[in-house]
Design a protein around this ligand. Sequence first.
Ligand code: C2E
Ligand code: CA
Ligand code: CA
Ligand code: CA
Length: 279
Amino acid sequence: TKGSGRNGYHFFEASMNTNAHNQLQLIQDLRHALKHGEFRLHYQPKHNAPDNSIIGVEALLRWQHPTRGLLAPADFIAVAEKTGLIVPIGDWVLDEACRQMREWRDQGYTNWKMSVNLSAVQFTNGHLTDHVAATLKKYELPPQSLMLEVTESTAMQDVEASMTILTELAVLGVDISIDDFGTGYSSLLYLKRLPACELKIDRGFIKNLAQNADDASIVSAIVALGHSLNLNIVAEGVETEKQQALLKSLGCDTLQGYLLGRPMEPSQLMRQMKNAAWL
Ligand code: C2E
Ligand code: CA
Ligand code: CA
Ligand code: CA
């Protein structure tokens, strides 16, 4: 009825204001966070499938919010991207990941690769390659120790622009990983031309792998396709031993997931490494 519609309208308007207010607060908080060093990186290991050894880590962004506690990217990345704040945040992520890598290399973890996620906004922002080169130089890191993860849909947004940037990065010597693979719409021709060395199968295909024969067929097809293009195949979101066994038998090269290791603070990861060394 008209009456309730009117009430509905007022209710809607009030909630819009609350959302707008929350967003403004979030933007302010994000600026504050950058200035006052509230961001953190957690690291999730990437394991060699045959023997479970750690071949690298993926840096995952966290925000130690002064009142809301530790926040995950889902709580703030979208707003950071919309406002462009993801560019300075992403610069901080790359710097901090490389600083940490330097520290670990000095402790003897010289064969680990550091994977860093890039958002579409950073990807199309002109200074990415220069910033990557400068950061590698700052921490005296070999380019091969860095892997940049770009989602399939980011890479597909503007194919020619992506090709240019990815080629620049590849010439620099850093590795490229195509993240969330299978959720975008890459053409085979394009995939063949991409200077990538890794495909990460999206967690959506791993989740019900043990129950769903279609998912197993898809994983198997991605492995065959990827291997024919000389790409390393990673399965992410591995949570059960059954999934692990299946993924190994389907030929995945690298496994990542809560079963093998959660994203951890550097100190926790180091504790785990030291304990493992005693086994
Ligand atoms: P992603 O790159 O696909 O990262 C994998 C996500 O899955 C991470 O969530 C990780 O914590 C989670 N995960 C890992 N293993 C498992 C598992 O076994 N089960 C389940 N259910 N989840 C698992 P997180 O850390 O919340 O990050 C979410 C997304 O935020 C990332 O997805 C990535 O797209 C984005 N992100 C994270 N850090 C950064 C960053 O530094 N920069 C940018 N631009 N994006 C980031
Ligand atoms: Ca990733
Ligand atoms: Ca992913
Ligand atoms: Ca994802």
